[in-house]
Design a protein around this ligand. Structure first.
Ligand code: ADP
Ligand code: MG
Length: 562
């Protein structure tokens, strides 16, 4: 066969079902895409105006409206952005996968930063056909002398273009909703979706229900309601978004009050967060956000955090594990990263080295913040420790790098009621026991032993969270030579009284027999030693190793068996 070159053509009838059914897992994505396009249209116009390539009136106020109408089964998305000329409709709408957003960024990349453009792949618009039978575009370009264009398509495979009656700059997308998608006409449902994706969109966003106004007034009761309704409508409507979220402000300009109220607003959590980290970097990637340390419940497993990821102020998803290291999922926060390599459906990431860089940057920032608190606000750090220690320990177990960064600022509350790092503790107790850490897990249960320790001027640390048995086993592998023993597992030499009168062989045999019988264990080893003077008459010791093994398997056992 002779050599032939050519370009492969796409048959829309075949590709369409794929876009409709497979590209977007959730139907409500259509509204995310269409409002994102409206936002892009405004961003573009703003940019052109700022470099003198577009003229817009002084009284211009950028806004986006979503109008639902149950009577007509329509949803309209209206913007006063850049609009499209006839040629642009032909290029960007009639050709699937031609992105005006991408073209725009290419064209202006030297003149401005690419900021805030959301679109990329040139497919989003077609998500409208997931929910609409017929889609109509009416659009008027900002360009002088432009004529308004109307574009209508029923299946998304064939279209009709004509002149439009639109007489204001911008674009109106009208969706005639399909039978199986009428739920989106509900104002509450629509509000919920808009709030989810666009709470922080950079331009004012309004939701209106135009069906309501035409409801016939039947009797007096209804009339009163209707008047109430009218009154409500006369108040100036408020946009449902906050166009300048706190994370975009410079950290030095934000007050504690602002951080706290932002937290309450976003997470509906009325407990004050302990502290927060404001992420703010432009280079080598653009990353902005605020991470909050919530007041944790002690059983950290039940404490689900929430980290909301945004892409140019549009919500992407919660708790994306590629970007946020797993142990940070206990935190609450918002992260906006316009450099994220989102995949076509914008719900997932295309995994690449970039994403892991972002993730380790976040880990580093968290460790830095903890170190700064430790260095500069030691008292607060101690105070927070009860809440943050499960989180820090979990992080150490999960991320080697995190452990390396924070290992010297892990502290322990001691039986003397102060806090010490492992190093401090070992240093100040080295004369009584070298490289050995005694700990307690339950002050009541181990009260006698604690008393014995105190009588002999000894000190133990308190380990009271679920994660501790793992954490100390982990530390024993990292800090060579250091051993942890629960206060009731091992008799420290400094508690033994070697000068006290010892028992003879017959007495020892008698004791051995007695204990073997009582414990019902022939193999029991009995050793007789004397305790130093104390109000404590004697103690039972439990092997550290076997107890710890039991505890760890208990913690995992339940999950493994189910
Ligand atoms: P993308 O946003 O990824 O570029 P879309 O399929 O969402 O792809 O949209 C295709 C193109 O259609 C956009 O890039 C833009 O040029 C044009 N477009 C869509 N909606 C609007 C709008 N509301 N105003 C102006 N242009 C629009
Ligand atoms: Mg788009």
């Amino acid at each position: 066969m002779a050599l032939e070159n050519g370009s492969i053509s796409i048959n829309t009838e075949n590709i369409f079902p794929i876009i409709k059914k497979w590209l977007y897992s959730e139907k409500d994505i259509f509204i995310r895409e269409l409002v994102s396009n409206a936002s892009d249209a405004i961003s573009k116009l703003k940019k052109l105006a700022s470099i003198g390539e577009a003229e817009i009136g002084e009284d211009n106020r950028y806004l986006i409206r979503v109008v639902v109408n149950k009577d007509e089964n329509t949803i309209k998305i209206i913007d006063n952005g850049i609009g499209m000329t006839e040629d642009e409709v032909k290029k960007y709408i009639n050709q699937i996968a031609f992105s005006g957003a991408k073209d725009f960024i290419e064209k202006y990349k030297d003149k401005t930063d690419e900021g805030q453009i959301i679109g990329h792949f040139g497919l989003g618009f077609y998500s409208a056909f997931m929910v609409a039978e017929t889609v109509q575009i009416d659009t008027l370009s900002f360009q002088k002398g432009a004529k308004a264009v109307k574009w209508v398509s029923s299946e998304g495979t064939e279209y009709e273009m004509d002149e439009s009656e639109l007489d204001t700059r911008g674009t109106v997308i009208t969706l005639h909703m399909a039978e199986d998608s009428l739920e989106f006409l509900d104002e509450y449902k629509m509000r919920e979706i808009l709030v989810k994706y666009f709470s922080f969109l950079p331009y004012e966003l309004y939701l209106e229900d135009s069906a309501k106004k035409e409801e016939p007034v039947k009797d007096d009761a209804d009339k009163e309601n209707a008047e109430g309704e009218e009154k409500k409508e006369k108040e100036a409507p408020k946009p449902l978004n906050d166009i300048s979220p706190l994370w975009l402000k410079a950290p030095k300009d934000c007050t504690d009050e602002e951080y706290k109220s932002f937290y309450t607003k976003v997470f509906h959590d009325f407990n004050e967060p302990l502290f927060w980290i404001h992420l703010n970097m432009d280079y080598p990637f653009n990353l902005k956000g605020i991470l909050y340390f919530p007041k944790l419940k002690h059983e950290f497993e039940t404490n689900e955090g929430q980290i909301k990821l945004y892409y140019n102020q549009v919500f992407v998803a919660d708790n994306i594990k590629e970007v946020i290291p797993e142990f940070l999922m206990l935190l609450k926060g918002t992260i906006d990263c316009p450099d994220l390599p989102l995949n076509v459906s914008r719900s997932f990431l295309q995994n690449d080295g970039y994403v892991s860089k972002i993730s380790s940057h976040i880990t580093k920032k968290v460790a830095d913040k903890l170190s700064a608190l430790y260095e500069n606000e030691r008292e607060n750090y101690n105070k927070y420790w009860d809440d943050i220690n499960p989180f820090v320990k979990y992080g150490c177990l999960k991320e080697e790098k995190f452990f390396d960064r924070v290992k010297d600022i892990v502290i322990y509350k001691t039986t003397n009621d102060d806090y010490a790092t492992l190093k401090d503790y070992l240093e100040r107790n080295k004369e009584k026991h070298e490289n050995k850490v005694f700990y307690i897990t339950d002050e009541k249960q181990q009260a006698q032993y604690i008393k014995l320790f105190k009588d002999n001027e000894m000190e133990a640390i308190k380990l009271t969270t679920m994660i501790d048995s793992h954490f100390i086993s982990f530390l024993e592998t990292k800090e060579s030579g250091v051993k942890f023993s629960r206060i009731d597992s091992d008799l420290s030499d400094s508690l033994k009284d070697t000068e006290a009168v010892s028992v003879d062989a017959a007495q020892k045999e008698g004791l051995e027999k007695l204990f073997k019988e009582v414990m019902e264990d022939d193999k029991l080893k009995v050793q007789v030693e004397s305790l130093k003077a104390s109000a404590v008459p004697g103690m039972i010791l439990l092997s550290e190793q076997s107890r710890r093994m039991q505890e760890m398997s208990k913690m995992f056992g339940g999950a493994d068996m189910s």
